[in-house]
Design a binder for this molecule. Structure first.
Ligand code: NAP
Length: 257
């Protein structure tokens, strides 16, 4: 039996265990993926215990992605650039990678670079902004706490904006938690969405968010955050198992067709 964990606080709501266990099942791997709630002061101890118990690796979610980066002694380029990691592998040493970045780009799919607006300036926004800037997008960042935008506007082609104006944007990414609850839509002048724009909502529920419904009705192409969830999880599993991971069972497990 090979074992994996999700470490975060809270983790009870997470779709990752059902998604990763569905992949293990479909692959015929005798394994188990469990969510473990852990607070910041216990994080290092719990990681050590998992290593001793021969867990293969762990995904890491809010609020421990920075701790995960700090604990690792070998890191990939994306985690090194962003100072946050969402995947740990346990062996003689603890290694980390950031699969949010390639997971975001895989979910975005083939899309000619243009002007993007990213709402929010937390960990997910940082991954999206870096990924887009590297792909040649001109990126605007809006956040309700202006000081936070400056910690993210550190790459070429990334600027802070004072208002969440979607009017001339080819891509709008919601990287705030607004939309996790029914009835919530992130602040922006959505009625001004440009024809043919793409709206990518990183906040996800077990059905499309209100923002995705609104954007689809306005004729936009929409991308559900569960697409990124599946991709980042599959990339973690591929790194741990060194095998290609089929996406279909994972997609079904999170309610995507
Ligand atoms: P985070 O680090 O806590 O950052 C949240 C950001 O949203 C901050 O900039 C925060 O601004 C802003 N914000 C919070 N409430 C807001 C409101 N009411 N109005 C406007 N802005 C608000 O969180 P995160 O890790 O970046 O995650 C953000 C969202 O992405 C979450 O819903 C998470 O579940 C989702 N996510 C999805 C995936 C995926 O695979 N689909 C991966 C990672 C994250 P302040 O600094 O002003 O509070």
């Amino acid at each position: 039996m090979i074992r994996f964990a999700l470490l975060g606080d809270p983790v009870a709501h997470s779709l990752s265990p059902q998604m990763q266990n569905a992949a293990l099942n479909q692959m015929g791997v005798i394994g188990e993926y469990t969510a473990i709630q852990v607070d910041a002061k216990s994080f290092e101890r719990v990681v050590e215990e998992l290593r001793e118990q021969k867990f293969v690796g762990a995904n890491v979610t809010i609020p421990h992605k920075e701790l995960a980066f700090n604990i690792a002694s070998a890191r990939d380029e994306a985690s090194t650039e962003l100072h946050v990691a969402n995947t740990l592998k346990f062996g003689d040493e603890v290694e980390c990678i950031n699969t949010d970045v390639p997971g975001f780009l895989a979910a975005l799919g083939a899309c000619d670079p243009g002007t993007a607006l990213v709402l929010g300036a937390g960990g997910a926004a940082k991954a999206a902004v870096w990924a887009l800037a590297n792909e040649g997008w001109s990126v605007r960042v809006w956040t309700r706490t202006p000081e936070m935008a400056h910690s993210i506007c550190i790459w070429d082609n990334v600027v802070a904006v004072e208002t969440p104006d979607v009017g001339d944007c080819d891509l709008v990414v919601n990287a705030t938690p607004v939309g996790l609850k029914p009835g919530e839509v992130p602040p922006a002048n959505w009625a001004q969405l440009k024809e043919g724009a793409v709206v990518f909502d990183l906040a996800y529920r077990d059905e499309p968010t209100d923002l995705l419904k609104l954007a689809a009705n306005a004729g936009a192409k929409v991308i559900d955050g569960r697409e990124m969830l599946v991709e980042q999880g599959a990339l973690s599993l591929e790194w741990w198992l060194n095998k290609t991971v089929p996406r279909d069972a994972m997609r079904r497990a999170v309610g995507l067709s």
